[in-house]
Design a protein around this ligand. Structure first.
Ligand SMILES: C[S@@+](CC[C@H](N)C(=O)[O-])C[C@H]1O[C@@H](n2cnc3c(N)ncnc32)[C@H](O)[C@@H]1O
Length: 506
């Protein structure tokens, strides 16, 4: 069944069966050394100080990635990847460890995932890796090793126009899409994506037969014929020497096979398909890939699906699909826009995995990835998440509400493990420290103790328009599933800047 996964694609891919996917398109972070934010405005018009980070594209060789540099050769060997490639990996690690650890961290991250993608592909399957010249040359070498270079098919150059950014070098206006097949038996349908004949070429089909079909008259390739390979010969030849001519019918023309450079417009500020997700790719680009490299009902997989361009291309072209993203707002966005547009029903048409549906599942998510658990919990109560993994001085997230014509903040703190009165005291400290913050929410898996509740009660109330709002409000995950929410003046609904989509469910 079609699926959307919330989570790290590495874990998810490891749980998927081998030889189960026909086409993989991936548009991972490019090693651009920056963060990508979702830009939000709100219904009141008051400016929201923070923006949600969609994803971060900066790299460091942390403990996990250092471990993986050692693990990669073992996985490569287990998957039958040639010894030369394993050896090459050793050299690459040795060279980059002293020269560019950020690049090494990025390549480690990509390599473990590309090996899994290779495993998932069917023998007739293909992979398209979308990247840019920052690291495309390194990624190609790695892919050559994993896929064996005989299975390299194209380096597609996606060219687009947008404002030039630099006067110190030529404008960087193309991305690279590396196309590999798993074997030589791969599926590819050039006709499905052929470019229609140009108007000028169509005009050359000037002659019309008795059935109204347009054609050109050509010389048949007969040795010694005076019109052996001539185009558009005089129709008199058809009367005098019919054996020397042949009709080339317009309606039998499929079109022109595409080259490896594609000019497709980027999604501009006013484009209808724009969802406001940073790095969103044009649907036309994804449709081209999906139609060329998969048949109807084939399984298309995008492990970095972002706002789901591949998912929509697959739905629109009757393919099965699997999308995966580590950002909760990306999963919500796909559901609220693309999936909704095609009227698909959760449960019967597709499934969502990785988003907790019970306290037990929430606990499991916390044990697997505390940061993702925190994102999920905050998003569920309508908040923004802090960009920093460690939390921002006791603040994991924020909510804004309107009081007296100004935006006021409610800070949020999430605890998956054991809770204690000091957690509430810390929140009181935050309330005293932060200006424009009137309320604090405490979300925990565990039920707060009586001492914690007492500590919260001592923080008192925020009074607004005759209503008293507790300054510190504890909520358990069970409370969230029971539908309980923050008690505060009208929460400001945040909207996507471009389409007026409300992403954050309140
Ligand atoms: C460049 S964007 C993809 C944009 C997408 N092609 C589109 O058209 O919307 C990269 C995406 O990868 C996601 N991502 C980054 N690391 C991930 C991981 N380890 N597992 C799953 N998704 C990840 C990010 O959250 C981001 O949405």
């Amino acid at each position: 069944m079609n699926r959307l996964y919330y989570g790290d694609n590495l874990t998810i891919m490891k749980s998927m069966p081998p030889d189960s996917v026909d086409l993989i398109y991936l548009d991972p972070p490019f090693n651009s050394n920056r963060s990508y934010n979702l830009l939000y405005k709100n219904t009141t018009g008051l400016p929201i100080p923070e923006q949600i980070e969609a994803f971060c594209d900066t790299w460091e060789l942390d403990y996990e990635k250092t471990e993986q540099t050692l693990e990669i050769p073992r996985i490569m060997q287990a998957y039958g990847i040639p010894a030369d490639t394993v050896q090459f990996w050793h050299y690459l690690v040795r060279a980059l460890r002293t020269t560019d650890t950020k690049l090494l961290a990025y390549l480690v991250y990509m390599t473990v995932r590309l090996i899994e993608m290779y495993r998932l592909l069917k023998s007739t399957g293909s992979l398209y890796l979308h990247c840019d010249p920052t690291a495309s040359h390194y990624l190609k070498v790695i892919l050559d090793g994993i896929f064996r270079n005989g299975n390299f098919r194209n380096e597609v150059v996606w060219c687009y126009k947008s404002r030039p950014q630099s006067k110190r070098y030529f404008g960087k206006k193309h991305d690279i899409i590396l196309f590999y097949s798993k074997t030589d038996e791969y599926y590819f349908d050039w006709k499905a994506v052929a470019r229609p004949l140009s108007e000028a070429t169509e005009k050359k089909y000037r002659l019309v037969d008795m059935d109204g079909r347009r054609y050109r008259l050509e010389g048949r390739g007969i040795k010694g014929s005076p019109i052996q390979s001539a185009k558009d010969v005089d129709p008199k030849w058809a009367e005098t020497n019919p054996e020397l001519v042949v009709r080339d019918y317009l309606d039998e023309k499929i079109g022109v096979a595409l080259e490896d450079w594609w000019q497709i417009d980027v999604i501009n500020q006013s484009a209808k398909e724009r969802l406001g997700y940073p790095t969103q790719k044009p649907l036309a680009l994804l449709e081209r890939i999906v139609r060329a490299s998969s048949r109807e009902n084939d399984v298309v997989f995008d492990p970095f699906c972002g706002c789901g361009t591949t998912v929509e291309a697959a739905i629109k072209n009757n393919r099965q699909w699997i999308g995966c993203d580590i950002a909760i707002h990306s999963i919500r966005l796909i559901q609220d826009t693309r999936i909704k547009k095609y009227g698909l029903v959760e449960g019967s048409d597709y499934r969502i995995d990785g988003i907790p549906q019970s306290v037990e599942q929430a606990r499991y998510l916390f044990e697997q990835d505390p940061f993702q658990f925190q994102h999920w919990a905050i998003e569920r109560t309508g908040g923004f998440c802090s960009n920093k993994k460690t939390g921002d001085r006791g603040i994991d997230g924020k909510i804004y509400f309107e009081a007296g014509g100004a935006l006021k903040g409610m800070v949020l703190s999430v605890k998956g493990g054991a809770v204690k009165p000091a957690d509430i005291r810390d929140l009181r400290g935050v309330l005293e420290r932060e200006t424009d913050v009137e309320l604090a929410g405490f979300i925990s898996l565990q039920e707060p103790t009586r001492a914690m509740q007492q500590e919260a009660d001592e923080a008192g109330f925020f009074a607004y328009q005759g209503e008293q709002y507790p300054r510190i409000q504890p909520l358990t995950i069970q409370d969230l599933f029971d539908g309980k929410r923050w008690h505060c003046p009208s929460i400001v609904k945040t909207q996507n800047k471009h389409q007026g989509q409300t992403f954050l469910a309140l």
